[in-house]
Write a protein that binds this ligand. Structure first.
Ligand code: GRF
Length: 207
């Protein structure tokens, strides 16, 4: 089996990145390997984890590029080409990518969002879920398209919202599910088991 080469894009803590790295390391048959961790913030805590695991890491500081998104994306693309990345996983990456960049990685770039899409797109999902009084919350993996949090849904996991939940307790319950479904999503994508039909994603049987 030729493992797919994966780059993970982060901006902060990097716990989903760590979950992807661990999953790839734990199973010799995992169809992907992490070849690059790329951050837009030099202070991202996740960079230390990548260094400790011996995973090549790079920083393209978005601050330096200001509003010039095309130049920032070109600098990111240069790192991805250098690492010969075939798949991109966004993992708490807090910068919007240009439509051109998204199109060029279409079908090969995925994201994890801490809500059950299409509900609660954007930021502060846990606070908003509590405010709305929903009884179930969760997380979603999806293909990345130019619209924010809009691409075809791959996997979702739901958790109950409990009466005494705070933003923190709810976030923790959701995060545990994120760490489960994101590696599973990468496994399916890297094994070429995802078929996109319009907005629906079909999972083909393991072959
Ligand atoms: C996660 O909740 C993820 O779903 C969202 O941002 C958060 C990042 O956390 N996109 P981490 O950096 O993976 O720990």
């Amino acid at each position: 089996m030729v493992k797919k080469r994966v780059a993970i894009l982060i901006s902060g803590r990097g716990s989903n990145m760590a979950a992807l790295v661990k999953a790839a390391q734990a199973d010799p048959d995992f169809p992907a390997r992490i070849v690059l961790v790329l951050s837009n913030r030099p202070e991202a805590a996740g960079l230390a984890f990548a260094a400790a695991e011996g995973i090549p890491a790079a920083v393209v500081p978005s601050k330096l590029y200001g509003k010039d998104r095309a130049a920032f994306d070109a600098a990111m693309q240069a790192e991805l080409v250098k690492a010969r990345a075939e798949i991109i996983c966004l993992a708490g990456f807090m910068r919007l990518l240009t439509p051109e960049f998204c199109e060029s990685w279409s079908g090969r770039m995925i994201n994890i969002h801490p809500a059950l899409l299409p509900g609660f797109k954007g930021l502060d999902t846990h606070a908003r879920a509590l405010e709305e009084g929903v009884k179930f919350h969760g997380c979603t993996t999806h293909f990345v398209t130019p619209g924010m949090d809009e691409g075809p849904i791959i996997l979702q996991a739901a958790v109950p919202v409990l009466d005494d939940d705070t933003e923190e307790t709810l976030a923790a319950r959701v995060l545990a599910e994120e760490h489960r479904i994101y590696p599973e999503t990468l496994r399916l994508l890297a094994a070429d088991r995802l078929v996109v039909e319009g907005r629906r994603v079909r999972i083909t049987p393991a072959g």
